[in-house]
Ligand binder design. Structure first.
Ligand SMILES: Nc1ncnc2c1ncn2[C@@H]1O[C@H](COP(=O)(O)OP(=O)(O)OP(=O)(O)O)[C@@H](O)[C@H]1O
Length: 325
């Protein structure tokens, strides 16, 4: 459905000069630097997938989304989405995609939300009956009933984001590009947005490409991640695989009957210890979790044990360090 091959994009950025002399010079002659936003990016996305497109600030995520939505033209490489070249067949192509930029609004600021929806219906030529069915569904699932008649400027960020997502789906697209859809939202709104993305993916088969800095979004939604850094693709695979390969730390929390001997188990480190409670960290490449529990039960009279895998957030931070991005 989405095929990106060897995609490159650079930006020419004017160097900013400091000092009066340099600023005067810059009036006549401007120095430029080239920022390689994307270097040889290749991936394929199948219909019905939810893919998390992640990377640190400035990695090239938004640039990729902009190219895939037809807003930007790459310098090199190929991009074929549902048989379209996004920036060439833009008018026809955009009927098939929905785009949400969390930091920017596609709704008209001063008019009631419903008027923006009506306008989008006309822009995309959505038949009245189809529009009504879609709108009813969006109003119900995104809980828009009480806000749809308010102008966008009066909405909270969470309310606006729900309207943005609805707006991107008015024309029933098969692909949804979401660029940081949960940025700045409170916990409840984040969960609502995630739930909705899941629903349209499962019930309507919409393919979703999602960029986010919130790893909870990724864990809740994506089963595959594409990691980019400094414009290069660094990892493309399943989240479980990412965990297996990079998330080798586990935390074991144990409660036991009073025992004043400290707990030393090779392959583990003690994060916290008290006579009735201990928290150990282990590296599964050095010792199995089951071996640690066995050793623990030899040393203390266990009452309760919990095992926690390394949070995906930690794994990603570790990856950023490893790839030096
Ligand atoms: N219009 C532009 N002009 C000049 N440079 C740009 C432009 N757009 C992006 N860049 C540069 O390209 C690089 C990639 O930017 P991009 O916005 O794609 O990153 P990102 O991964 O989306 O970052 P963030 O997480 O901060 O949103 C950055 O170095 C950025 O400064």
């Amino acid at each position: 459905m989405i095929k990106v091959e060897g995609m490159t994009k650079s930006f020419k950025v004017a160097k900013r000069s400091t000092g009066l002399l340099q600023a005067t010079k810059a009036l006549f002659y401007r120095e430029h630097t080239i920022v390689d936003a994307l270097k040889d990016i290749t991936f394929t996305i199948e219909p019905g997938e939810i893919v998390g497109y992640i990377g640190p600030n400035g990695a090239g995520k938004s640039t990729t989304i902009k190219i895939m939505s037809g807003i930007l033209v790459p310098d090199g490489g190929k991009c074929n989405i549902m048989g379209f070249i996004p920036w060439k067949n833009r008018v026809e192509y955009v009927k098939n995609i929905g785009v949400v930029f969390g930091q920017r609004s596609q709704l008209w600021w001063d008019v009631p939300v419903i008027d923006s929806f009506e306008l989008l219906k006309d822009i995309y030529n959505v038949p009245q009956q189809e529009y009504k069915t879609t709108l009813d569904l969006l109003i119900e699932t995104l809980e828009l009933k009480d806000i749809i008649n308010s102008p966008v400027r009066q909405l909270s960020l969470g309310q606006r984001m729900r309207c943005e997502i609805a707006a991107s789906l008015i024309h029933n697209p098969q692909i949804l590009f979401l660029d940081e859809p949960t940025i700045g939202l409170d916990a409840v709104s984040k969960i609502a947005v995630r739930q909705f993305i899941k629903t349209i993916n499962q019930e309507k088969g919409v393919t979703v490409v999602l960029t986010t800095h919130d790893m909870n979004d990724i864990e809740a939604l994506a089963n595959r991640v594409i990691l980019i850094g400094k414009g290069s693709l660094l990892y493309d695979g399943k989240i479980e695989e990412l965990r297996k390969r990079f998330g080798t730390h586990k935390t074991i929390t144990a409660d036991y009957r009073k025992n004043t001997n400290s707990i030393v188990i090779p392959g583990t480190s003690i994060i916290h210890w008290s006579p009735e409670h201990a928290v150990l960290k282990l590296d599964t490449e050095q010792i199995l979790t089951s071996e640690v529990i066995t050793e623990l039960s030899k040393k203390v009279d266990l009452l309760d044990v919990t095992i926690e895998s390394q949070p995906i957030e930690d794994i990603i931070v570790q990856l950023y360090k490893e790839f030096q991005i």
